[in-house]
Design a protein around this ligand. Structure first.
Ligand code: RIB
Length: 339
């Protein structure tokens, strides 16, 4: 088996220099670092991460649990996490909970057993017992995108309430009064906060809240489709729809078109979550854009501070609320093309 001594001899450096390089310790000249790593690769040496972690009491691995790996919203968040992680010599273990609290709980236990240095979680909103255990054990955790009410974890989220308020205000200022809303699950804080923003905008413009045009759905295309079909059947259907996320919006588009209606001429649409390809939809979709990459990058930077003990866990939790922005396209009817 190739040892640090073998590498040191071949590279012409001391064993302690080789050890510092593979333990990310001290400032080693980058050229020398590259030379030593090249020699190590030629000799077929790969550091024993397990032995090193036992010695350092750190694995340089963090667990990331997101709720839907197929949703580009989360892939962008993970990209932000991974870019900061790799720059700081951390690896990530990515877990997909599929919006399933049971699966999320299993993954939290798996990551604990793997002794990750910390976790970043976009939670399903359940598993309070798992989160209390993480807090009791003092395992560094940062919540991204979604909160766990009553927890002391640091949280990096966006201003969902203001984002929804701005979208509904835009509808009203464009002339719409009967604005329906198909939300995601209300146990997820982003959905609950968007509903608060929806109600706040109606109150500001003195439009009564009508629960018959508010449907509590799931962050899924099928949920948007089914709920939109139901809204089109009621006596006085809405002439504008706010979709709780883009998957819901895709279902809304399909249901409206299947009924022979036009967007925005018959029904205007705005969604939460924005992606560049929305400009290619017919009509291009107006959306509340969230800074997904920043959500991830800020979360990882915060987690590193917690792991390095730069914030005693007892300190008051840190909550960062990033701004969203309304990206106006044709689907909201403000560009003079509504009936
Ligand atoms: O698309 C997934 C949704 O759930 C996003 O709006 C995000 O905010 C998350 O809460």
């Amino acid at each position: 088996m190739v040892t640090l001594k073998d590498i040191a001899l071949k590279a012409g450096v001391s064993k302690s220099t080789v050890s510092r390089i593979f333990n990310n310790k001290g400032n080693v000249n980058p050229i020398l670092k590259r030379k030593v790593k090249k020699v190590a690769k030629e000799l077929g040496y790969y550091p024993n991460i397990l032995a090193a972690s036992l010695k350092r009491k750190r694995t340089y691995t963090i667990g990331v649990i997101i709720s839907n790996i197929l949703n580009p919203f989360f892939t962008s968040v993970v990209r932000g996490i991974e870019d900061i992680a790799i720059k700081n010599n951390f690896n990530i273990i990515l877990c997909n909970a599929d919006e399933d609290p049971k699966k999320e709980g299993i993954y939290i236990d798996v990551l604990r057993s793997k002794k990750v240095d910390g976790m970043i979680i976009a939670t399903t909103g359940e598993n309070k017992d798992h989160f209390s255990a993480l807090e009791r054990e003092g395992i560094p955790v940062v919540l991204v995108d979604r909160k766990v009410e009553g927890s002391n974890f640091d949280t990096i989220i966006t201003n969902n309430k203001k984002g929804a308020f701005d979208a509904i205000s835009h509808f009203i200022e464009t002339g719409y009064r009967r604005i329906g809303f198909i939300t995601g699950p209300l146990n997820i804080t982003t959905s609950f906060e968007r509903l608060e923003g929806y109600k706040l905008a109606l109150r500001k413009y003195e439009i009564p809240f009508d629960e018959s045009i508010v449907k509590i759905g799931e962050f899924k295309e099928d949920s948007g489709y089914k709920n939109m079909k139901e809204l089109l059947k009621i006596k006085n259907p809405p002439n504008a729809i706010f979709a709780g996320n883009y998957l819901i919006a895709l279902g809304v588009y399909e249901a409206i078109k299947e009924c022979g209606l036009k967007i925005p001429e018959d029904i205007a649409v705005i969604t939460f979550d924005d992606f560049p390809w929305f400009k290619h939809l017919s009509p291009p979709l107006t959306a509340v854009s969230q800074p997904t990459y920043k959500l991830g990058a800020y979360s990882m930077r915060r987690l590193i501070k917690l792991i390095e003990g730069k914030k005693p866990y007892s300190e008051k939790r840190k909550r960062v609320i990033l701004k969203n922005s309304l990206i106006i396209r044709e689907s909201c009817g403000c560009k003079g093309n509504k009936s």
